[in-house]
Design a protein around this ligand. Structure first.
Ligand code: UDP
Length: 415
């Protein structure tokens, strides 16, 4: 495994942003955990929501008195083909667990587990990629460690064969965290905590950027800052429906010919499908000069994403399946009119017609985009309500509070 250097962050910096009683709760919950060792393990230090969360959560855990670390498993590319299959299979696609799949998955995690060199009090294992590590860890040397599986995806209707294979690994854990309780398949014999993810309001991706600075940055990518921009920021993945977003754009363009579309997607190292899907998106766009398909390969980093989100006239997250969809909170936090597919964790963030719009099809999404472009003032009022909703529910100190509460419960034998 490889350690990720997360630098430093300070909980005190969040004081003026989140509710005061939340800060007090964090202090109280952290006290009995002082000096406890926490290890987070996932599959990638770059791309996707989990990495995004850990860059803030890990240093904040350290700042409140725990000794927190983050390590990424090391694995050959074939392993990530298998685990992407797991990801899709857990979300409902068919997936055959062959002998070859088992051998590859288990041998990679056995060797990663063998490199666990310290005693930890809490191990948070994120998503299916490193799930089986618990099976291969030397628990005799680590008897009082608490193992928690953190599942970020909706696994309520998995491929049954795959699920039958994975359940025994899950049930070896002391607890599992799901974004929503309903994401866990019925009958799972492990204590479940329901904790939604969060965004970091002080990270370069979300910190306040002036409209002039945002316009200056997007212009560098060829966007005309004086014409409206529709935007989706997402991995190139069929569940995120980028092709549907292109359809939305085409419908909107018939009413607003000046509209532009930005499709921004990072290429995560644990997502081999992304490259293939990127090509598919580019083909589908067919050389339309008002559509900008960009990624980290075009030097789009966190500040650039911030600029695109801060500048966009409409932010979409038109997913057909979604664990949580951090990009929705990111858009709302920037007080941009935000439209999301009515799936997964998106309805936690968007109350339809109150803080944004929930949609079920490209046609509905296009109609809502047109509504926003027709009446930007009303859309802005709605987006500001969305920002307040995010402030109360989806900023990292709340996630820190929930994790600390879970650690206390595990420590006191309450789970
Ligand atoms: N993201 C990014 N660059 C991109 C595409 C996505 O930094 O080109 C970030 C995005 O801003 C968000 C995260 O990756 O913070 C995606 O998280 P989300 O929960 O929306 O989806 P996931 O990829 O975890 O399914």
């Amino acid at each position: 495994m490889r350690e990720v250097n997360v630098g430093h962050k300070y909980i005190a910096d969040y004081q003026s942003i989140v509710p005061k009683d939340l800060m007090e709760e964090i202090r109280e919950l952290a006290e009995p955990l002082r000096g406890k060792r926490v290890l987070h393990v996932n599959a990638t230090a770059f791309g996707g929501g989990v990495a995004e969360i850990l860059y803030t959560l890990v240093p904040l855990m350290t700042d409140v008195g725990l000794e927190a670390e983050w390590q990424v498993i090391t694995a050959p590319p074939e392993f990530f083909n298998v685990t992407k299959g797991f990801h899709n299979g857990l979300q409902g696609h068919e997936f055959a667990v062959t002998q070859e799949v088992r051998e590859l998955y288990e041998s990679v995690l056995r060797s990663n587990a063998e490199t666990l060199s310290h005693h930890y009090d809490f191990l948070l294992i994120h998503d299916p990629q490193p799930l089986a590590m618990r099976r291969f860890a030397d628990v005799s040397a680590d008897g009082d460690a608490h193992w928690v599986w953190r599942c970020h995806i909706d696994t309520s209707t998995p491929d049954q064969g795959l699920y039958d294979y994975l359940v025994p690994f899950i049930e070896q854990y002391d607890a599992a965290i799901y974004t929503m309780r309903g994401y866990a398949p019925a009958g799972l014999r492990v204590p479940i905590a329901e904790i939604a993810p969060c965004i970091d309001p002080l990270a370069p991706k979300n910190m306040a950027l002036s409209p002039a600075d945002a316009a200056y940055i997007v212009r560098q990518f060829g966007i005309d800052p004086d014409r409206p921009l529709l935007l989706q920021v997402s991995r190139f993945d069929p569940w995120k429906d980028p092709l549907g977003v292109v359809d939305v754009y085409r419908t909107v363009k018939a009413s607003y010919p000046e509209v532009q579309l930005g499709l921004i997607g990072s290429m995560a190292s644990d997502d081999p499908e992304g490259w293939e899907y990127l090509e598919k998106v580019i083909d589908y766009v067919g050389g339309d000069g008002d559509v900008f398909v960009l990624s980290n390969l075009d030097n789009v980093g966190s500040v650039e994403i911030n600029a695109f989100q801060s500048h966009a006239a409409v932010i979409m997250q038109k997913s057909t399946r979604e664990g949580f969809g951090l990009t929705v909170s990111e858009g709302l936090w920037k007080a941009r009119p935000t439209i999301g597919g009515a799936v997964g964790g998106i309805p936690l963030q968007i109350q339809d017609g109150e803080t944004g719009y929930l949609v079920h099809s490209a046609a509905e999404c296009a109609a809502r985009c047109i509504e926003v472009l027709d009446d930007p003032e009303s859309a802005k009022v709605m987006a500001l309500r969305g920002k307040e909703h995010v402030r109360r529910n989806f900023l990292t100190p709340r996630l820190l509070r929930d994790d600390l509460k879970l650690f206390n419960d595990l420590f006191e034998g309450k789970m």
